[in-house]
Design a protein around this ligand. Structure first.
Ligand code: LLP
Length: 463
């Protein structure tokens, strides 16, 4: 949503901070293809379809709120990443964005690997048949049980995050008679978030081994000495919702610098580097993310240039996109329950979900878009705040958005780009029942994660 100073102070000016004016979009019925998944369109009767299914029929069949996942879009994104990076690189989907057994099968079929960061994610991956050698285990405090299960199942790599963990993984692997492939996660001194990267305050974080403090080099020394470990590479992850590759450039420079130092000190060249995830998506029409092939081209060029400069053979590159694959595939379908106009302030549109199915607005001040999807409207634009049904005033789904002024109880509205970090971060706050994830493709819809029931809640309550 574009914000600019507006001299005339029209109807909306008084609701935004300090004379800022939010311009309504030219056509409220239009669905920006950068923000909505690829099979979304508005039919002739004005209702929106996803994967060939009318949202009104989806709401009827599966209830609201519901996450509607466009399977063709998900698979197309997997293929785009896979093809962009080619056979000389690996794409690990970051399961924390959203994981289910169906997703694991799609990843497997589309040739992607999987990054997991807990026993639960590992169990889901294995249950759905992802070959263990294509799984990487992450985390700054993996439990011994998680490490044991990962080593026993034969995961392709464990990304080491602390000195204690180096010893723990080596010990567990030796006891199991294994040699575990590992990478070392380093803190490269770049912390990238939303359009910018900040080269300060980066050392002060819980993940990884510091490069400047020499801990990364020490971690390498220790890992190389242990029989239970096969050190294959260096890992770096610089942040989230990143729109350009300048942060990766700094990260690659420093990671390659460490590879050169390892060669000089130990006479070995590690064969892999992983530059992590973090590539941004469009939540609103203001966001302009890069395509996977552009990202792949620039990451390859950066790594190649850095390696040539250091006189190293180019290692196998891997990346870990989560949001960039899952995020744009899904919209959350809500039913409007109440519309409350506060004269001179704004109009609150309450929906039947909220911070329990999308915590990102409350937690990160994230921006989202919204559209009326059960019908088209020619009513004038109304600046709205879409809020949930939770007992908390911070329960905001979309902070500032235009909806048609005739939006009314019973209408369906949808929030796009909710495929990443919404269902995976959903909660039962106020004993809300977490919504289902419905996958839609070729006119068929099926539940891949069912809606929670009151029985589910009461089953955990054993008292
Ligand atoms: N690799 C590692 C080691 C990570 O820690 C993460 C995300 C990823 C890959 C995937 O990043 P992505 O491509 O999805 O940005 N809950 C926050 C995001 C936290 C991301 C944590 N790590 C949000 O909702 O924005």
């Amino acid at each position: 949503m574009s914000r600019s100073a507006h001299p005339a102070g029209p109807r909306y000016a008084d609701v935004l901070p300090e004379g800022h004016y939010v311009a309504p979009p030219a056509d409220l019925n239009a669905l920006d293809p950068r923000v909505w998944s690829r099979t979304v369109s508005r039919g002739e009767d004005g209702a929106v379809t996803v994967g060939g299914r009318d949202v009104r029929a989806l709401a009827e069949e599966f209830g609201t709120p519901a996450y509607i996942l466009d399977e063709d879009d998900f698979r197309a994104r997997c293929r785009a990443w896979r093809e962009a990076f080619g056979d000389e690189a690996d794409v690990f989907y970051a399961g924390k964005a959203f994981l289910s057994r169906a997703v694991v099968r799609w990843l497997h079929e589309e040739g992607l690997n999987l990054d997991v960061c807990s026993a639960g994610e590992l169990a889901t991956a294995l249950a759905a048949g992802m070959p263990a050698e294509r799984i990487a285990l992450h985390g700054n405090n993996k439990t011994t049980d998680e490490i044991r299960r990962a080593v026993e199942s034969g995961v392709g790599r464990i990304v080491l995050d602390s000195f204690q963990e180096i010893a723990r993984v080596a010990h567990i692997a030796e006891r199991l008679g294994r040699r575990q492939r590992v990478q070392i996660r380093v803190t490269v001194g770049v912390e990238a978030h939303t359009h910018e990267f900040i080269a300060t305050a980066h050392e002060d974080q819980k993940f990884g081994f510091s490069l400047v403090g020499g801990q990364a080099a020490e971690a390498v020394r220790r890992a190389l000495k242990l029989d239970g470990l096969e050190l294959v590479g260096i890992h770096s992850h610089i942040g989230s919702q990143i729109f350009d590759t300048s942060g990766f450039e700094v990260a690659a420079h420093r990671v390659v610098g460490l590879l050169a130092q390892i060669r000089d000190e130990h006479g070995v060249q590690l064969p892999e580097i992983d530059l992590g995830g973090g590539l941004g998506i469009a939540y609103t029409s203001e966001d302009d993310p890069r395509e996977p092939h552009e990202i792949a081209r620039s990451l390859r060029a950066i790594v190649t240039r850095e390696c040539e400069g250091a006189g190293l053979a180019v290692p196998r590159l891997s990346v870990e996109p989560g949001r960039a694959i899952a995020g744009p595939t899904t919209c959350t379908l809500y039913e409007v329950g109440t519309v409350k106009e506060l004269p001179g302030l704004r109009t609150y549109v309450s929906v039947d979900g909220g911070m329990s199915d999308n915590i990102r607005t409350a937690l990160y001040d994230a921006e989202y878009s919204v559209a009326l999807v059960s019908r088209a409207s020619t009513a004038e634009p109304m600046l709205a705040r879409v809020v949930g049904k939770h007992c908390e005033s911070g329960d905001i789904v979309v902070r500032d958005a235009f909806l048609p002024a005739d939006v009314a109880p019973g209408d369906l509205i949808a929030v796009p780009a909710t495929g990443a970090y919404c269902r995976s971060m959903a909660s039962n706050y106020n004993h809300a029942l977490r919504p289902p994830v419905v996958a839609v493709t070729g006119g068929e819809a099926r539940v891949i994660v069912r809606r929670e029931t009151e029985e589910d809640l009461l089953r955990l309550d054993v008292g």
